[in-house]
Design a binder for this molecule. Structure first.
Ligand SMILES: CC(C)(COP(=O)(O)OP(=O)(O)OC[C@H]1O[C@@H](n2cnc3c(N)ncnc32)[C@H](O)[C@@H]1OP(=O)(O)O)[C@@H](O)C(=O)NCCC(=O)NCCS
Length: 454
């Protein structure tokens, strides 16, 4: 069965290579000599915020690379633990390194104190992402001394601690020293992030998500299973039973596919907070908050709701005409970076169809999804570069595993925390606080009128 899944993934890779090619975009894949000139659109579209060796999203070829490896290959041959190690450390682990890493994660899954603190709050009234963010805050209090005075980063070692310094306001062209006004090891002894803390977050977030889900359903949390891998244990803690090998592999693939994706909104939010030398728990809290939005991680839930609303493949065209006439966006389609088919959707689509074979209740939704995809690609694929994105099929995959739609975005977070932490660690090596400008379009010279005269 696992071989069959691997075949589907490699078939998706062949399609991607045949249809989209693999040209690298030179403006997004080279060393930069700062300051850089780029064309920036609204929403910082096209803006280059930093250099990174963690991953590369090739939007025109529909390719996703983690540390040099094609995500299709990682999904076919690797595991989430191995990929997380790769993202954080830069290289694939040896057997011994991987065993140690897995043992570290396994040990750090147990967060009974955090769960107790969560359970003393009204989490049954909370959105799952809000509860996850709260859980991360409790982790912060349990696992670190971040609130103690001695744990605060020293401002004199911080890079550009005065964000309004002249180089921030007026780009000093030709003055590289002024652009890079920081020292290599600026973080000093009180680092706001270290690898062990990242391991804690990556290991504990599945436990929190699963526990919140169960508590909200009126059930007790389940102890992590020491013999299960990251994906299998996550499913086990949610459902209370060990997953089949197929489910384990598919969840593992889904986690790999969501682990990193360039400077997306939640990664950027995480890095912006981290760049102030706030600590990693606050930074990840910002990432969770950003991921919650329906234009980002929330889109997979919206995609399922749309498919349910359509109800049957025969209703697709009429439903779509109505939506487009009202100028509404179709959830699960379009992407700021991909103007070709999203490689993650290329993998998840066939997996959803495969799993749906054994789940008749999901078959109608999957058939509806196929027709919606055909229609959208026919209408907008060539003309606007709109194709299904990762969120279009991820929800369907999770549904076939019996996972509630409230879990979709938290599952995304459980995976993306790998990219959030890897990129934050990398960025802080040469940190500079993020601080773009806005162009003022308001008026000047207004005379203040006392309240009584307004
Ligand atoms: C992802 C998203 C926010 C990217 O937005 P963006 O880069 O700002 O792109 P824009 O919103 O400017 O869209 C560009 C054009 O494509 C159209 N378009 C983009 N996504 C669309 C969608 N899902 N359905 C219909 N039309 C879409 C826009 O209407 C616009 O058309 P116009 O040029 O005729 O005005 C956007 O595609 C979207 O809202 N998708 C649905 C939500 C979703 O699936 N998010 C998950 C992303 S992984």
């Amino acid at each position: 069965m696992i071989d069959h899944i691997r075949k589907l993934i490699l078939e998706a890779k062949r399609k991607a290579d045949a249809e989209s090619g693999s040209n690298v975009e030179p403006q997004f894949a080279q060393k930069i000599d700062w300051p850089v000139t780029c064309t920036v659109g609204p929403g910082l579209e096209g803006a280059i915020a930093c250099e990174s060796a963690v991953g590369y999203v090739n939007g025109s070829a529909g390719k996703l690379i983690y540390r040099g490896y094609d995500v299709f290959d990682l999904c076919a041959y690797s595991t989430f633990e191995e990929v997380t190690y790769l993202l954080l450390h830069g290289e694939l682990p040896t057997e011994e390194e991987l065993d140690n890493f897995k043992a570290e994660l396994c040990r750090r899954r147990h967060v009974p104190r955090t769960l107790r603190q969560l359970m003393s709050n009204p989490i049954e009234e909370m959105n799952d992402m809000a509860a996850l963010r709260l859980g991360v805050d409790f982790l912060r209090r349990t696992h670190s001394k971040v609130d103690t005075i001695e744990a605060r980063p020293r401002s004199e070692t911080a890079i550009s601690s005065d964000e309004d310094s002249i180089p921030m306001e007026k780009a000093p062209y030709g003055e590289k020293k002024a652009i890079y006004e920081f020292t290599k090891n600026a973080l000093g002894p009180n680092k706001p992030v270290d690898l062990a803390t990242c391991y804690d977050l990556i290991a504990a977030m599945p436990t929190i998500v699963a526990a919140v889900h169960r508590i909200k359903a009126g059930k007790l949390p389940i102890e992590p299973h020491p013999d299960l891998g990251h994906a299998a244990n996550f499913l086990y803690m949610i459902r209370g039973e060990k997953p089949s090998l197929l489910e384990e592999k598919v969840m593992d693939v889904a986690l790999i596919l969501h682990a990193d994706h360039g400077m997306n909104a939640s990664t950027f939010a995480t890095m912006v907070v981290a760049s102030t030398l706030s600590d990693i728990y606050f930074s990840i809290g910002a990432g969770i908050a950003a991921l919650n939005g329906p234009l980002h991680g929330g889109a997979n839930e919206a995609a399922i709701k749309a498919l349910q609303e359509i109800g049957h493949k025969d209703n697709v065209r009429a439903w779509l005409d109505g939506k487009l006439a009202r100028k509404e966006k179709i959830p699960g389609f379009g992407h700021r970076v991909y103007k070709a088919y999203d490689p993650r959707a290329r993998i998840l689509g066939p997996l959803a169809k495969e799993l749906a074979k054994e789940h008749p209740e999901c078959r109608t939704l999957t058939e509806t999804a196929e027709v919606l995809e055909e229609e959208m690609v026919r209408r907008f694929g060539e003309s606007k570069g709109i194709f299904p994105n990762v969120d279009f099929y991820s929800g369907l995959v999770y549904m076939t595993m019996g996972l509630d739609h409230h879990l979709f975005t938290p599952i995304f977070a459980v995976s993306r925390v790998a990219g959030w932490t890897a990129r934050t660690i990398e960025y802080l090596e040469n940190n500079r606080i993020f601080r773009p400008r806005a162009v003022y379009t308001g008026s000047f010279d207004k005379k203040y009128k006392p309240l009584a005269e307004r």
